[in-house]
Design a protein around this ligand. Structure first.
Ligand code: HEC
Ligand code: HEC
Length: 121
């Protein structure tokens, strides 16, 4: 019972936090693929998927700029992932940036030398 009351009393706190966080960013002005709602969850997932910081793809202090070529690659990769997912018959999202990148800027195309189940040489 006490826990229930505690949780209820926390509800308004969370209800107020969410919009505040959104307002810190100015409205996006150069989106070609993502919706404003998709934007920040996507950005956070990109940094985790590639193991990078925001400025790997963005000119410092100007998120709308397309000057950093990595941002353009990332746009192509968003389309690539969408194309692959569109080919799955169930319409669900199976392939994400992390599926290939696994925390690395450049995904591995071959397993490491010491990977298990290697064919005998
Ligand atoms: C792997 C590359 C990549 C990383 C890392 C990344 N972004 Fe982005 N970001 C993009 C791409 C691509 C777009 C444009 C998406 C589109 O065109 O729909 C974008 C757009 C944005 C925009 C919208 C700018 C505007 O006005 O149009 C903001 C804000 C933004 N990113 C913030 C961030 C933040 C904050 C981080 C770190 C947490 C981050 N990004 C990390 C690739 C990246
Ligand atoms: C099907 C596998 C696959 C998926 C899914 C994928 N990538 Fe990639 N990505 C690659 C490969 C392979 C490379 C290296 C070859 C190249 O740079 O073109 C790469 C390179 C990149 C680079 C350039 C890195 C560098 O060092 O210059 C960026 C940025 C990038 N990916 C972002 C993304 C983002 C963002 C997503 C999710 C929307 C994504 N990728 C999804 C396979 C993938």
């Amino acid at each position: 019972m006490r826990i229930a009351i505690l949780l209820l009393s926390l509800l308004p706190v969370f209800a107020q936090e969410a919009p505040k966080a959104e307002h810190k960013m100015p409205a996006p002005k150069n989106l070609k693929l993502l919706t404003p709602d998709e934007l920040m969850p996507a950005m956070r997932s990109f940094t985790v998927a590639l193991g990078v910081k925001c400025d790997f793809c963005h000119v410092k202090g100007d998120f709308a700029s397309d000057e950093n070529p990595h941002k353009d690659v990332a746009r192509h990769m968003i389309e690539l992932a969408r194309d692959v997912n569109a080919k799955f018959p169930d319409g669900k999202r199976h392939v994400t940036c992390y599926t290939c990148h696994r925390g690395a800027e450049e995904p591995a195309t071959a397993p490491p030398e010491d990977a298990p189940n290697q064919a005998p040489k």
